[in-house]
Design a protein around this ligand. Structure first.
Ligand code: V47
Ligand code: SF4
Length: 394
């Protein structure tokens, strides 16, 4: 039975079928189609379509990398209402503020480990300025040239360039020259000012976020994109966000991965909203895969969504689950994620992917294959056997 026949049997909705036909004919869906999918697409319908695209692009290949995070500080000038991690300047004694040497010591502590990427992102504070970061990146590169530096978001860049009185173009050139290799997808939240002003007021606008990524791409560099969903936005804001990303990607082709980030509600000013259901998560990932036809990869970041859900999402358009992490990020454990000490060894990640009949591929940040684990088995005691019990927190 063809996929279209299967889909036609699953719904009597002719508009859904006409969207499916576009997808199967590799035509782009419109914003109105995207909205229709959010409003009327069943989880079975969306999953089938998204999985078809995922398997056409990547087969069963599921990517991860060996990485660690450094969060220079959790003290922040801004007061994003969804953020559980930051401490206001007036309460800075409750947080941490690493010096340049502290950060270099963390990098050095990985000297004997086969990691390929360091992900650096944190709060915004005056002492972490353009000079601090260019010095930091050049010292990391001098110490370990093969370590890919994925660092900072337009939120930090906008702030440090303004403070240094340099244009975005000049600032990004200096950042590139100092050794930063790529930019993570954070700080995007929801671009639409109606929502952004309420949840992330004061930091860079949606347009500024897009401008900084465009300039970075024009310098020949790659980056990721995210969207924070499941709080006060509605489906029109989500489509507006996806549409702006798709337009920029048409112009530059510089985005590698799109990462939907589910709002986690513990310990922030939006706790009263609670969290959206797993069904809503599956829809969000599937529609991202269907709508973003010019993005090669869709990532489920397991420390945020939880490892079990990350496995499920591999059938809803996802083909990447980020990396080993090594318990080096606090952003999601502080926001109530299931993953309170996020760290998975390479054998555990391989087993997690194999447990749902997908093919694990270790990649570097730019998706070059490091290992396909063909014929590699791991010792019994390190195996990840499907749905592992989650750590219990008290
Ligand atoms: O920008 C903060 C989000 C982002 C919460 O590019 C929250 O490979 C949900 O962007 N609930 C930072 N989300 C993390 C990020 C990221 C993570 C992993 C990989 C990559 C990549 C990028 O985290 C922030 C914000 O959107 N965030 N608090 C919260 N309570
Ligand atoms: Fe600061 Fe980032 Fe938290 Fe906003 S999300 S308060 S910019 S650390």
């Amino acid at each position: 039975m063809s996929l279209l026949t299967t889909l036609t049997k699953s719904t009597a909705d002719t508009q859904l079928i006409s969207i499916a036909k576009k997808v199967l004919n590799k035509s782009r869906i419109s914003d109105a189609d995207g909205l229709y999918l959010f409003e009327h697409g069943s989880i079975g319908f969306l999953g089938t379509l998204a999985n078809h695209i995922r398997e056409e692009k990547h087969g069963d290949k599921t990517y991860f990398n060996r990485n660690f995070h450094i969060e220079p500080t959790n003290v922040c000038l801004y007061t994003c209402t969804f953020c559980s991690y930051s401490r206001l300047i007036k309460k800075r004694s409750e947080g941490w503020e690493y010096s340049l040497d502290d950060i270099l010591d963390i990098v050095k502590s990985y000297d004997d480990k086969p990691v390929t990427e360091v992900h650096i992102v944190g709060g915004v504070l005056p002492q972490y300025d353009l000079e601090f970061y260019t010095t930091l990146f050049s010292k990391i590169k001098a110490h370990r040239p093969d370590l890919h530096i994925k660092a900072l978001t337009p939120v930090e860049y906008h702030y440090i360039f303004k403070k240094a009185k340099v244009s975005y173009e000049e600032g990004m050139r200096l950042i590139k020259a100092s050794g930063a290799d790529s930019m993570p997808g954070g700080g995007a939240e929801i671009f639409h000012p109606e929502i952004r002003d309420q949840i992330a007021g004061g930091k860079c606008s949606g347009q500024e976020w897009l401008d900084i990524h465009r300039i970075w791409h024009e310098l020949g560099q790659r980056s990721n994109a995210t969207m924070l969903y499941g709080h006060i936005e509605d489906y029109t804001h989500r489509i507006d966000h996806l549409s702006k990303l798709r337009d920029l990607q048409d112009k530059t082709g510089g985005f590698q991965t799109f990462i939907p980030l589910k709002f986690r509600s513990e310990g922030n000013q939006l706790t009263h909203l609670g969290e959206v259901s797993s069904i809503e998560d599956m829809k969000m990932y599937a529609i991202s895969r269907i709508y973003l036809d010019n993005f090669e990869h869709i990532k489920a970041y397991w420390p945020m969504i939880g490892r079990n859900m990350a496995q499920t999402l591999l059938s809803y358009g996802v083909n990447d689950i980020d990396g080993t992490i090594d318990d080096t990020t606090k952003i999601y454990s502080m926001a109530g994620s299931e993953e309170q000490t996020p760290a998975l060894s390479t054998p555990q990640l391989v087993q997690l992917i194999r447990a749902v009949d997908r093919q694990p591929i270790e990649r570097d940040t730019l998706y070059n294959v490091v290992s396909d684990f063909e014929g590699v088995t791991f010792k019994e005691e390190t195996e990840y056997k499907g749905y592992m019990p989650l750590p219990v927190s008290n």
